[in-house]
Design a protein around this ligand. Sequence first.
Ligand code: AMP
Ligand code: MG
Length: 393
Amino acid sequence: MIEFEKALELIIENCRTMPEIELPIHECLGYICAEDLYAKLDMPPFDKSSMDGFAFKWAEERNEYINDGIIPAGKPSDEPLEEGHCIAIMTGAPLPFGADTVIPVEITEKEGENIIFTHPAKKCANVSYKAEDITKDSLILTKGSMIRTQDIALIVASGYSKVKVYSLPEIAILNTGSEIIEPGLPLDYGQIYNSNGTMLSVMAQNIGINAEYLGIAADDEKSLTTMLSIGLKNDILLISGGVSMGELDLVPKVLLSLGVKQIFHKVRIKPGKPVFFGKTDKCLVFGLPGNPLSNFVGFELFVKTAVRKMTGSEIVFPDFREVIISSQFKHRADRKNFYPATCNNDDGKIIVTPVISHGSADISSLSKANCFMIADLDKPVYTPGDKITFLEI
Ligand code: AMP
Ligand code: MG
């Protein structure tokens, strides 16, 4: 059995980096940038009006200007504006040569050919200057950062229609257990539904990956050999069940017979202790213990770390943070204990409260949780106000 930190280290050491691909920006969401992106142009590319109003050259005391017509957005005027004149300008239209200020239309009135300002205009107001937002050649996104919804406009405005990103690993999911039945089918006594299959698929979707679902293998060597060998053709194979100590927990044995190199089996964590990690040249193999909470924890901690590393993310480790616990928490774990909890923000401080649970097979506690709190094996009692590590989910 190895410590949790060692397990993360071994996973990271054994990940290869996925190939770079070029994607159109609208397909890039959630991918990791494989290049530093520099702005190809200034933004705005010209001095422009930030209001619908009138452009003019500001002059002390003057509040009446001769109206020379209109500049629509996208149609720059090539005539310089004379002093004492103004021109109607739309938001986003280039400021005409000779003008330095825009007065919003709301504080003007028309009087014949002239525009009267009903309130004084502030010099240089309502102009967005060339490059005030983004300067040409400045770094807009670094290699290794995740492309988020809020980055898309910046990338496009800076002159890109495609971006180099790291491709995502192909993931296959295999559930094992002769008692496991697909959702929607009738259950006989002794059988349960395959909640792990759907849950793992959705967890993969959540990180942008459409995993291939391979189905359920029975707890026998023949069934496991056939299905595991199909799964090993992927970049990552996720297996649920069959990795514990029972006589019919045959997954590690069959994996080894198929040429998988074991990197670890068993980590000092709760839940999820019997987790298996191995690899072939192409495939990383995660054998997650069957109970759904163990599956969830295994994916959050180990699989996501591997995917982040493989896709070149600058952030690789899970985002553990120190927070405050609200109530007393006693645990007898001789392992690092990942406990379903709820967190809320109390005046800027994050406070966590453990969800009442009946142990690691308790699926309803997971549904009530929005984070895990992580109790250390050398601290059996936490009192309200103590610091504790947490991980948002
Ligand atoms: P195992 O790791 O195979 O010993 O399974 C541990 C527990 O998780 C057993 O109670 C199994 O019935 C349950 N389990 C295994 N696979 C699944 C699954 N795909 N969906 C829901 N529960 C499962
Ligand atoms: Mg089983």
